[in-house]
Design a protein around this ligand. Structure first.
Ligand SMILES: Cc1ncc(COP(=O)(O)O)c(C=O)c1O
Length: 395
């Protein structure tokens, strides 16, 4: 059976070239970058090169990048770091952020900070005017994600950055899903901080980075040694950092163009042929690797399991929330009814995805959906009704 991995929004296969680099930093160049001897200094040199690689990808400077354990830590360090440095104040974020941002903001509310959660329109965009109006003289931070992990929608960071600059507010973005897939220019976007994670780009898990613009003061989360500009103590995870930097180097414009073509082939192959389904999120301003479709009258969970039997891995909602019975907070923020949100499937491609895999997936979806609908109690009860007429609370 053909194995098709279309859950690259959750995590990706590590590129073998990144694995090779990692192995050499475990077996050969295993020094601690804080050590003074040659092995340590060699590690330090490579660490700084890796920092430069990440910085160059986003038009930052080498000493504006610090390495962390991944996207969650970077988001926490950025948001809690600013909040605790300032001591009090108001934060603006959106309702469709990843839990790494949302739950950090909720925690800060418990600590006395106030938070505005901006809604989004039905395509998934925040309203820039609403953001501007939400800024007060107490606002200490704006944190708006670049690419949404569930629906792939790309927010207009340049416009947000312009407003943040005008009002003198620190601007952080969770760019975990966009890094290397959608251009990021911290200068043009006026970003003060940006979070990255290695395992979304064919690097290893458990490593990431935070861009912090020179001059932005934040408190640290952990106390210990003075590594990473005294902001993130602990011996650096050199093999993982080197694998991350290698993975960041490997993504090419050709890869992106190919992914976009396959993304569109997949979306059209399903939307044109399968009845009663629709694309979630903007059609045009979305990441090159994301297709999110709601199938009416059936549960995303059963679609996922049936596609799994065809060797295809997808997700419903985000991987982090797929254990929960609550409908996705992102899809409900778009205005979807709970049933429509529950019927959603996210297909996320990678640069390893092939045309044959996409065609296999289209075929499988075209056969699985009508089969599931035949069995669906929701569909049976609705044969003579329009979807909108159904009492959704009891569906
Ligand atoms: C948008 C976004 N932010 C943050 C994270 C968390 O990153 P990590 O898994 O590296 O902690 C993820 C991972 O799913 C994500 O998609």
């Amino acid at each position: 059976m053909m194995e098709v991995y279309l859950d690259n929004g959750a995590t990706t296969k590590v590129d073998p070239r990144a694995v090779d680099v990692m192995i050499s930093f475990m077996l050969k160049d295993y020094g601690n970058p804080s050590s003074v001897h040659s092995l340590g200094q060699n590690a330090e040199e490579h660490l700084e090169k890796a920092r430069e690689t990440i910085a160059l990808k986003v038009n930052a400077k080498r000493d504006e990048i610090i390495f962390t354990s991944g996207g969650t830590e970077s988001d926490n360090l950025a948001i809690r770091g600013v909040a605790h440095k300032k001591g009090s104040g108001h934060i603006i974020t959106s309702k469709i952020e990843h839990p790494a941002v949302l739950n950090t903001c909720k925690r800060l509310e418990n600590e006395g900070f106030s938070v505005t959660y901006l809604g989004v329109d039905k395509e998934g965009f925040i309203d820039i005017k609403e953001l501007e109006d939400a800024i007060t003289d107490k606002t200490i931070l704006i944190s708006i994600m670049h690419v949404n992990n569930e629906i792939g929608v790309i927010q207009d960071l340049e416009s947000i950055g312009r407003i943040a600059k005008e009002k003198g507010v620190i601007f952080h973005s969770d760019t975990v899903q966009s890094f290397t897939k959608v251009p990021i220019d911290v200068e043009k976007m006026n970003l003060s901080m940006a979070s990255f994670a290695s395992h979304k780009i064919h690097g290893p898990k458990g490593v990431g980075a935070l861009y912090i613009k020179k001059g932005i003061g934040i408190d640290k989360l952990l106390y210990g040694g003075h590594q990473e500009k005294d902001l993130r103590p602990g011996t650096q995870n050199m093999p993982a950092i080197m694998g991350f930097a290698k993975a960041a180097e490997l993504m090419t414009d050709d890869d992106l163009a190919r992914m976009q073509k396959l993304r569109d082939r997949l979306a059209e192959g399903i939307l044109d042929e399968v009845k009663d389904c629709f694309l979630n999120g903007s059609k045009d301003k979305r990441s090159v690797n994301n297709v999110n479709i709601s199938f009416r009258y059936i549960e995303g969970e059963s679609i996922l399991l049936h596609l799994d039997m065809h060797g295809i891995s997808v997700s419903t909602g985000s991987a982090c929330s797929s254990q929960s019975l609550r409908p996705s907070h992102v899809l409900t923020a778009l205005g979807l009814k709970a049933e429509e949100a529950h019927g959603s499937v996210r297909f996320t491609l990678s640069r390893f995805t092939t045309e044959a895999e996409i065609d296999h997936t289209i075929e499988a979806v075209r056969s699985v959906i009508p089969d599931l609908r035949k069995m669906s109690p929701l569909k049976k009860g609705m044969e003579d009704m329009k979807w909108d007429e159904v009492d959704h609370d009891h569906a």
